[in-house]
Structures are given as structure tokens and as C-alpha cells.
Design a protein around this ligand. Structure first.
Ligand code: ADP
Ligand code: MG
Length: 592
């Protein structure tokens, strides 16, 4: 058999799309070719489940990636389903004809234990972003199938001849172009594989064809029949001649004879084929959650707590969201939500799918049902995607409100770390705000955490329906003293986000006034002054008025002096709530 031909292009828009990829993530071909190998193996596993294929005893499913810097090639080998001539013609020669979709269509309801990665349709052709020439050698699992060799040098021409592949599966070899040689560097390859393939469902082994062979030495009982023994290392028993109590000479054994083996270094897969999010939450231990967090996010501070998402209906979604410990040294909050599609990494922080405020968390979300072959803007307007996003938001809110109700002690303990996240959520997401509203707490002067209702209760006797707050602990320490002396309470609102958040609270709680403790609270603190006293104070008031007018350069400034009830402070300047907030807003906008 030999065939030459022109590649059939289903859509004339395909090449511009490939070209567009050319300008963005070059490394993505690794993901596409490895996930095709995974798909090929998953398909075979499905056929096995359905009883249409019998797995040979000694066959171990795996994907090998071999980089060869001398040859300037990368080879991807899988022992999956393989392709017949007809299949190569149909699935490879017809660009953008997604075989995965075809397969799914055919076997849709028969076996759904395993998910098929695919949907992208252009996956294989991404190889041409980095390669001048690509070859395929494949042998179908089907009885009597003949091996096929296919090659193309990146134009729209291909050549297909009989091949010589002896084992079932597919080998794809990329002859890299000069600009893409970095990808046959073993370390670069490892980096890319870790980025995209860390949790793919089939073991992936990376080797460097140009590297010196590596060895390791193991104990006798560690040897398995998979090891290649290079050398057996025998150490004789060590003995010593000693004299016993009777003065006789005896031989004493100091260390026994040992046998060790020098073996070819065992390869370790680059991926974890069964990520924690796939396990049932009841079966996961705290240690596993923490270990997974460390491994994925390289964060050695322990997470505070986490939410394990696990949903089958009406859509398939699994994942783990972690609440990280706040980094006090950095005011900026930046989390990462990694999005997967059937264990294939898609991207970090896809804002079309994950609500913006959740990106302050760290987590993984795997959603095989996600329509990824559409553009981002289509994703944004997709009703299904909206449902996913709403579900995640609801789960997070439920976790927090549940904790507030049943474990308030811990909730309070975490509050300092989680409150910026919750406040941001309230400002950004109405549904979240609605749910979390009654679980908002505020730290008061005694360090206790109170809800708004509890705050109002504290001040009830002295003042109706106001919540007093502190925006700057140091600057407002005198006011704090005065408040304490007067037996009044106030809460801390000292973070950047608190400024807009106070505005939000006011809208939400129409009957409650929110007042900074340095605002004009003279109705609480001033004392009635008799006419005589007023006379006596007049000279002082005039002098003060003069002083302020001069310092501020404002001749028309109106200065009012009141007498304080309070002994704790000798004098205080008050700013109206409105002008203070305005000033703070200005400060925020002018910040670099
Ligand atoms: P998709 O994976 O979205 O279907 P691709 O361009 O990645 O699109 O692959 C096209 C088709 O080629 C696949 O659906 C599959 O039928 C076939 N194919 C590609 N790689 C392999 C492989 N390693 N083993 C078997 N079939 C493959
Ligand atoms: Mg593919």
C-alpha cells in the first residue's frame, strides 16, 4: 500500500487558527500529543470493559516521551488503540475531523467509566507549530491490522505507506524546526509535561535519548522482575579473631555477607494518574489534602481549610478549593485556580468559568463537560458555564455559613485570613453576598468577633443603630481611648478593602449608620456649656480660630469649639464622615 494525497481541510479557517496558536503557547503540542496517547489507551480500556478486547497479561499501559537533542526530535509512544489505514485517512488526513467525537458518538451510552479527552479537534496538527516534519507509525489493536507509516512535512501534502511497527499503538515523531529546539531539552520537556500532564490518567515516562545511562544500587529484597540488573555486588562477611574468657581464639562475625544489585535507574512517571480530587471526600485524609496542596501550589504554609467539590449531576465537576493563609507581608492577594478537563490541564484562572473573587483561593477544578472548543466570549455567555460558576459559588458560601453556624470558634480563628476574600466576594457577587450576609463578623475593641446585630447590641444603651469603626489603629488611638472610657464599642476596619466594604454594608443595612470613631460624634461626647463658661472660653476660641485659619490658609474657616465630657483626652479634632471617606477615596486612587 502506498498513498499520496492532499490533506482534506474541513474548514478553510483551520490554518489561520493553527497559525494563531503559533503566536501564543508553543508548548501546547506536548499536551495535545500526550492526551491523544491517553485517549488511545482510554479507548482500549473501554473496549476491554465492553468485552470487545482482551488485554494481554503482561501489557502495561503507558506513554513514553523521548527527547533527543542530537537528532533534534521528540517521540511520543503509546500502546493504545492504534489506527488502521482507513482510520489514519479519516482521523489524520481530514484535518479537524475529531475522531474522539466520532468515537463518543458511537459508544455514547455503553461505557462511561472513563472519560475521553478530546474536543479540541486540532490537537494532532499542533505538532506543526514546532516541527518541520512529523511521522506517525501506528498499528491498530484489531486482528489482522497492518502497520501504517505516515509522514508530512507541514505543507498540505502527506505520504502514507506500509509500516513496520510490531506492537499495537502509535509512535509520533517530531523533527523540530530551528526555532523550537528548546523543546527537545529534557528539562524543558519535563517542565512542560509537569505543567499540562501532571494528572493525566495514564503513566507518562520521560527519557532523554542522549543522556548517559543511569544506575542505582538496591538491596536484594528490593529487586523486582522489571529491573534490569547490570551487576550483582557480593560482599563477604567481615570477621575478626578474638580471645574468649578461656583464652581460646575464636572467629567473630562483625557484618554478615550481603548481596546487592546495580540496576538501570528505575523510571518514575512524571504524573499522578489518580489525583486526590477524584477520590471520594470521605476517603481523603487531612494529610492527603495538605500534601496535595503543597505539591500543587508549592506553598509550604498550611492551608486553613478546604472544600472538596464532587458533583455528578446535572454536570460533572470535581475539585478541591483551599483557603490559603494570608501572607501578611504582601498586601496583595493572588490565588490560583487550575482548570482541568478530564485530568488535562487547560489553564490557570479562567475568569469566564470561575467567579473572579474565588481566584483569591488556591485550587483545582476538573470539569469534563466544559465546552472548550468554543471561544472565550462564547464561554462567557454560555448558560451551562454560568451554572458551573454558580454551583462553585454556592458551595463556597455553604461551607462558610455552615462553619459560622456549627463551628464559630474556628470561623473566628480564620476570620483575619479569610475576611478580605469574603468582603471581595460580597462586593463582586450578589448571590454570594446574599448568602454570607448573616455570617459577617467584625473584630471589636476587646478582640471579640461580632455580627452587625451583636455590635448594635453592645452600644444599645449609649447609642442607637450605629456601628463605630476604626480605620487606622495608630492614628486613632486617642479616639479608641475615649471610646473605651465612655464604655462604647467600635470595630476594626483597617484593610484596603474595608473602605468600599463600609459603603456596601450601608447599602445592605439601611437602618444602620456606620461611623468612623473620629467623625463628628459630638452628640455623644460633648457637655453642655453654660453662658458664663462660653464667655470665659471666647478668648481661647478666637486664638484657635486664628491659628487654624493661618495654618490652613483659609480665611473663611469656621472653627467650633466644644467641651468634652471625657477626661481621657485633652482635645480632639473631628472630621465629618463624608469628607473623611472622600479623602480616603482620593488617597486610594492616587496610590501607585
Ligand atoms: P481530537 O483528539 O480532538 O480528536 P486530534 O487532532 O488530537 O483531535 O486527533 C485526531 C484523531 O486522530 C483522534 O481523534 C484519533 O482518532 C486520532 N489519533 C490521534 N492520535 C492518536 C493516537 N496516538 N492513537 C490513536 N489515534 C490517534
Ligand atoms: Mg487530541
Amino acid at each position: 500500500m502506498a498513498k499520496k494525497g492532499s490533506l482534506t481541510i474541513n474548514s478553510e479557517n483551520i490554518f489561520p487558527i493553527i497559525k494563531k496558536w503559533l503566536y501564543s503557547d508553543h508548548d501546547i503540542f506536548y499536551r495535545e500529543l500526550v492526551s491523544n496517547g491517553c485517549d488511545a489507551i482510554t479507548k482500549l480500556k473501554k473496549l476491554e470493559i465492553m468485552g470487545e478486547w482482551q488485554k494481554p497479561e503482561d501489557l502495561e499501559f503507558k506513554i513514553q516521551v523521548i527527547t533527543d537533542p542530537n537528532e533534534k526530535t521528540i517521540t511520543f509512544i503509546d500502546n493504545g488503540i492504534g489506527m488502521t489505514v482507513e482510520e489514519v485517512d479519516q482521523y489524520i488526513n481530514q484535518i479537524a475531523f475529531s475522531g474522539a467525537q466520532d468515537f463518543l458518538e458511537k459508544y455514547k451510552d455503553k461505557a462511561n467509566e472513563e472519560q475521553i479527552i478530546g474536543h479540541f479537534g486540532l490537537g494532532f496538527y499542533s505538532a506543526f507549530m514546532v516541527a518541520d516534519k512529523v511521522t506517525i507509525d501506528t498499528l491498530s489493536y484489531k486482528d489482522g491490522a497492518k502497520p501504517v507509516h505516515w509522514e508530512s512535512d507541514g505543507g498540505t501534502e502527506f505520504e502514507m505507506v506500509d509500516g513496520d511497527k510490531a506492537e499495537q499503538g502509535t509512535t509520533i515523531k517530531l523533527y523540530l524546526n530551528e526555532e523550537s529546539l528548546e523543546f527537545c531539552n529534557e528539562y524543558r520537556a519535563k517542565e512542560v509535561l509537569e505543567k499540562y500532564c501532571s494528572f493525566m490518567p495514564v503513566e507518562i515516562y520521560l527519557t532523554n535519548a542522549a543522556a548517559e545511562p543511569q544506575f542505582e544500587t538496591i538491596e536484594k529484597d528490593e529487586l523486582t522482575d522489571k529491573d534490569t540488573v547490570i551487576e550483582t555486588i557480593v560482599e563477604e562477611a567481615k570477621t575478626e579473631e578474638k580471645e574468649n574468657e578461656n583464652g581460646e581464639k575464636v572467629v567473630v562475625e562483625i557484618s554478615p555477607a550481603t548481596e546487592k544489585y546495580k540496576i538501570a535507574k528505575r523510571p518514575v512517571p512524571v504524573n499522578d494518574t489518580n489525583p486526590l480530587w477524584n477520590k471520594h471526600p470521605n476517603e481523603c485524609t487531612e494529610e492527603e489534602y495538605k500534601g496535595f496542596y503543597r505539591k500543587v501550589f508549592h506553598d509550604y504554609k498550611e492551608p486553613l481549610f478546604w472544600i472538596h467539590l464532587n458533583m455528578d449531576y446535572p454536570f460533572n465537576l470535581k475539585g478541591i478549593l483551599y483557603f490559603p493563609k494570608l501572607n501578611i507581608n504582601y498586601d496583595s492577594l493572588e490565588g490560583t485556580i487550575k482548570l482541568f478537563n478530564s485530568q488535562v490541564f487547560i489553564a490557570d484562572n479562567i475568569k469566564e468559568v470561575i467567579p473572579e473573587f474565588l481566584m483569591l483561593l488556591k485550587g483545582v477544578i476538573d470539569c469534563p463537560d466544559l465546552p472548550l472548543n468554543v471561544s472565550r466570549s462564547a464561554l462567557q455567555n454560555d448558560g451551562f458555564v454560568k451554572k458551573i460558576s454558580d454551583y462553585i459559588t454556592k458551595k463556597v458560601a455553604d461551607k462558610l455559613t455552615g462553619m459560622f453556624k456549627t463551628d464559630r470558634e474556628n470561623y473566628e480563628k480564620y476570620w483575619d485570613d479569610i475576611n478580605p476574600f469574603i468582603k471581595f466576594g460580597c462586593l463582586k457577587d450578589e448571590k454570594f453576598a446574599e448568602k454570607i450576609n448573616d455570617s459577617l463578623i467584625f473584630k471589636n475593641l476587646e478582640g471579640k468577633y461580632l455580627t452587625i446585630a451583636e455590635c448594635l447590641e453592645e452600644n444599645k444603651e449609649k447609642h442607637e443603630n450605629s456601628v463605630f469603626y476604626i480605620t487606622d489603629e495608630k492614628e486613632q488611638s486617642q479616639y479608641v481611648n475615649m471610646f473605651k472610657e465612655a464604655g462604647l464599642d467600635a470595630v476594626y476596619m483597617t484593610q484596603n478593602i474595608d473602605n468600599p466594604f463600609v459603603g456596601y454594608l450601608e447599602q445592605k443595612n439601611e437602618n444602620v449608620k456606620f461611623l468612623c470613631i473620629n467623625s463628628d460624634l459630638s452628640d455623644i461626647f460633648k457637655e453642655e456649656v453654660s453662658e458664663e463658661d462660653k464667655e470665659a472660653m471666647k478668648a481661647d476660641v478666637d486664638a484657635l480660630t486664628e491659628l487654624f485659619r493661618k495654618v490652613l490658609g483659609k480665611e473663611t474657616l469656621d472653627v467650633k469649639v466644644e467641651k468634652l465630657k471625657n477626661e481621657a483626652v485633652s482635645s480632639m479634632i473631628t472630621v465629618s464622615e463624608e469628607s473623611r471617606r472622600m479623602a480616603e477615596m482620593m488617597k486610594m486612587y492616587s496610590m501607585p
